[in-house]
Design a protein around this ligand. Structure first.
Ligand SMILES: *Cc1c(COP(=O)(O)O)cnc(C)c1O
Length: 394
């Protein structure tokens, strides 16, 4: 297709692939053989678009942030994914995957979650479709993210604690994989970002690509051209960024900017700035860039925002970084919180702290006065109220 999209072998440049145990092969292979056939049918597109419109609330607005634009002397638009049902972009993907699972004849859904946001988005669509839902979550994460655990339970999902290892996301992922190996026929595994073995990164990017498709139409309407000069998005695993970049990947006139979490600082030992600190390795079934020790052990990541607290990035972003197609910035907790409070006070929008990392790019880089800059506002800050309160500087 192009050098920035996945190739027929499941790779983005040297990254991607499917590095999975033999036992998982039939499940992933079933998905690989069928996903494009199914999601490209008219019937699938109709169902997907209908739910995005009537259930999620799409298209989300493209909002011209006039006060912020004035402050940074450029033209800033916000793509309002924070207005999606459940408060973030994640539901675009879970809707797509559950429709796919139904067409594959699956009756049960499993997922893993760290902070609980993907677990909630998955439990939501399972309730919508009347499908059984099991979410694996590290025991420590369950204690840290109690409100999301309760949300999932209200929505009818079963939340199973992962009690091995560090009792966090990595261990929950292992449990979910094990479950899938043991229940290959009736179960679909919904992965929440552009990570995991091929075809997940490509499948998730396609579901999220509705974000940049809408941007094109909306920019055409307000600016008379369907491309921005820059698109900025935060990167945890990279699904909101992949969706915001997708339709601009081949247009090198559009500059792509990714914001990673530097946590307490690049040299603090408490960060999640994968491209700055990581090197090539295999994580969650794909070859990518990840933070690791000299002998290849995955380093425990840290960020003030739970959604960016991930030791790797999706293979598409490893490739965009490697090829120099996207600019990467590492944003500290401090910079992100400051940018989040600034948006609240200047535009009346309290952003998710993940999204605030994208906004903090304005403090790190200049833009020309007449340039069009679109920031993908991946989520709303309601879930982060405790963190804002603890931060206190507002
Ligand atoms: C989960 C999450 C992210 C990070 O996930 P990506 O796959 O990198 O998009 C970013 N923003 C919000 C609001 C989230 O909930």
């Amino acid at each position: 297709m192009s050098k920035y999209h996945v190739n027929e072998k499941g790779y983005y440049g040297q990254f991607g692939g499917a590095y999975i145990p033999e036992m998982l092969h039939p499940n992933v292979e079933e998905l690989r053989i069928n996903y494009l056939k199914i999601i490209n049918t008219e019937a699938f597109k109709r169902d997907f678009d209908h739910l995005l419109k009537t259930y999620v609330g799409r298209p989300t607005p493209l909002y011209f942030a006039s006060r912020l634009s004035e402050k940074y002397a450029t033209k800033i638009y916000l793509k309002r994914e924070d207005l999606c049902h459940t408060g973030a972009h994640k539901v675009n993907n879970t809707i797509g995957q559950i429709l796919l699972a139904k067409r594959l004849g699956k009756s049960k859904i499993i997922a893993e979650t760290g902070a609980g946001q993907h677990g909630v988005a998955t439990a939501t669509v399972c309730a919508l479709m009347g499908m059984e839902c099991i979410v694996y979550m590290g025991e420590i994460d369950m204690a840290r993210q109690k409100p999301n655990v309760e949300r999932m339970k209200i929505l009818g999902a079963q939340v199973i604690p992962a009690t091995s290892g560090s009792k966090t996301l990595k261990d929950a992922t292992n449990e979910a994989m094990r479950h899938w190996i043991n229940n290959p026929n009736d179960t679909h595994y919904i992965i929440g970002s552009v990570v995991g073995p091929h075809p997940y990164p490509d499948m998730v990017a396609r579901f999220q690509s509705v974000i940049s498709a809408e941007m094109q139409n909306q920019l055409q309407e307000v600016e008379g051209r369907n491309t921005p000069d820059h698109v900025i998005a935060c990167v945890g695993g990279g699904s909101n960024a992949a969706g915001a970049f997708y339709h601009f990947l081949n247009d090198e006139e559009v500059n792509l900017i990714a914001a990673e979490a530097a946590g307490k600082g690049l040299n603090s030992g408490k960060s999640a700035a994968t491209t700055s600190l990581g090197k090539t390795g295999v994580l969650h079934g794909s070859k990518t860039i990840l933070m690791q020790t000299e002998d290849g052990q995955v380093v425990e990541p840290y960020s003030i925002s739970a959604g960016l607290d991930y030791p790797g990035i999706g293979p598409i972003h490893a490739h965009l970084f490697d090829a120099g197609r996207a600019e990467f910035y590492s944003i500290t907790d401090e910079e992100a919180m400051t940018a989040g409070v600034e948006l609240s006070k200047m535009e009346g929008i309290i952003p998710a702290i993940e999204s605030a990392h994208a906004l903090a790019v304005f403090g790190n880089r200049r833009f020309e006065k007449d340039e069009i800059v679109v920031v993908n506002l991946s989520g709303r800050g309601d879930k982060d109220l405790e963190t804002y309160i603890k931060w206190g500087k507002y």
